[in-house]
Ligand binder design. Structure first.
Ligand code: ADP
Ligand code: MG
Length: 222
């Protein structure tokens, strides 16, 4: 279980807190989706959960363990928005082993199969992959580290309809083995795979029924 209790982020330079007393619980092998407009604090929250930014106050636990930024860097896997822009390996193998040269073939094959890229040669350049395959590779890069929670920032941004459906299908499958926290500015199709959902508004988090994002506004007649 991931627990956030009264998590606040208020950099000294900003007049208002960017994240305000956030409470969130996410059980293992569930998908949580946070929906909020641009600037509401979604990426900042993921950066804190990935140990890249330091909370101002509040607590963060995984099971019974309180998590420091060092723990978080080791334990979480953050897939940035447009992750393909950050690829720097010349081959898929190099990309997967970046920072982890010790990773064995078995772990690499497992991760590639888990994201549906098991048939692509590891000598392939990441840049020659399709947009959807690049997103899958970015997922594999994090899965290979076996994170306790996979954090995804706008995972379907910029993909066409068919690639979005495939990626969402894959994220739904990954739930068998992983815990996922997804942030997005528009709930779109992703909300269909959510077990839990929240709205983030100016740094305040509110629980929401995933179905409430699917409801169409009633037609006004007369
Ligand atoms: P979102 O991902 O929902 O679009 P962000 O988390 O990127 O939102 O940003 C939320 C707000 O916090 C924005 O107004 C951004 O400019 C501001 N912000 C984020 N990090 C910092 C920081 N370290 N110092 C000052 N402002 C920040
Ligand atoms: Mg963002």
């Amino acid at each position: 279980m991931l627990y956030l209790k009264n998590l606040t982020y208020h950099p000294a330079a900003t007049p208002h807190a960017i994240l305000k007393a956030i409470n969130l619980e996410l059980a293992p092998q569930q998908i949580g989706v946070i929906v909020g407009p641009s600037g509401s604090g979604k990426s900042t929250l993921l950066e804190i959960l990935a140990g890249l930014a330091k909370k101002t106050s509040g607590t963060l636990h995984w099971r019974d363990q309180e998590l420091t930024p060092d723990h978080l860097q080791q334990l979480s896997g953050l897939v940035f928005q447009f992750p393909e822009r950050h690829f720097c390996g010349n081959t898929i193998l190099a990309e997967l082993r970046l920072g982890h040269p010790e990773l064995g073939k078995e772990r690499i094959d497992q991760a590639m199969t888990a994201v549906g890229l098991g048939d692509i040669p590891l000598s392939t350049s990441p840049r020659s992959l399709s947009g959807g395959q690049q997103r899958r590779l970015a997922l594999a890069v994090q899965l290979i580290r076996q994170p306790y929670v996979l954090l995804l920032d706008e995972p379907t941004a910029g993909l066409d309809w068919s690639m979005r459906q495939q990626l969402i299908g894959l994220l739904g499958e990954l739930k068998k083995d992983w815990t996922l926290l997804i942030v997005s500015h528009e709930p779109g199709e992703i909300i269909r795979i959510a077990d839990r959902a929240w709205r983030l508004d100016h740094g305040e988090l509110f629980p929401a029924d995933p179905a409430s994002f699917l409801a169409q506004p009633a037609a006004v007649s007369g």
